[in-house]
Design a protein around this ligand. Sequence first.
Ligand code: CA
Ligand code: CA
Length: 218
Amino acid sequence: MRTLFPVLAIGFGLLAGCSPLFNADFENDTAFQQPDLTPPGPPAGDEIVLDGESSAVFEVTPNALDGTRSLRIAAAPNTMAQARMHADGTGNPDRPIVVSFTGRLIAGSHGEVNISTGGPFFAVQITLEGGSITANGLPVGTYVEGGQHNMVLTMFPATDTFSLVFTGQVIVGNGITGPLKDPDAFPGNTYAMLFEVIPTQDGGTYIVDNPRISSRNF
Ligand SMILES: [Ca+2]
Ligand SMILES: [Ca+2]
């Protein structure tokens, strides 16, 4: 508890300055079953959309990254699995949009985290593969395979740019920024964070928790 308290305090501080558009922690879900696709609690209308071949696994795991439940997304060899965290609201179009989650990519897996603002192209594409992290195609650092990482991505409507912070078992520099890939579609008419396990010959698994999309109030 002593070590957890500062993390919780920071979490509540961030939430206080943000209006949630999507929020899930999987704590009310049943282990080894699919998550509730309409996450309980505010905001209303947020939803999870699961997609993949019949071999794809989307189940709540008690081997949690935070609390007692997380979401496990697994793909069989040479197949994909994706879980889309969909926000119903758009927030204040003059304020930044903040997208965050905690993840653990099992060694050998290839993961992508794609951020949509409702346009034909993703605004930001993050890839994690073989220990390397890229953002919109550019290398930004490294992660420990099988380790835990936390991402906070902020998108700024005044400049159509993003800033990216990775913490946890990663080596990623400070002050990573870049242009959004689909500026005409931002601010968006919808927002989503798409977790994808990309096909590899060994298959892959991404465990994720606390996916959040928020409209910042400042
Ligand atoms: Ca959790
Ligand atoms: Ca909800």
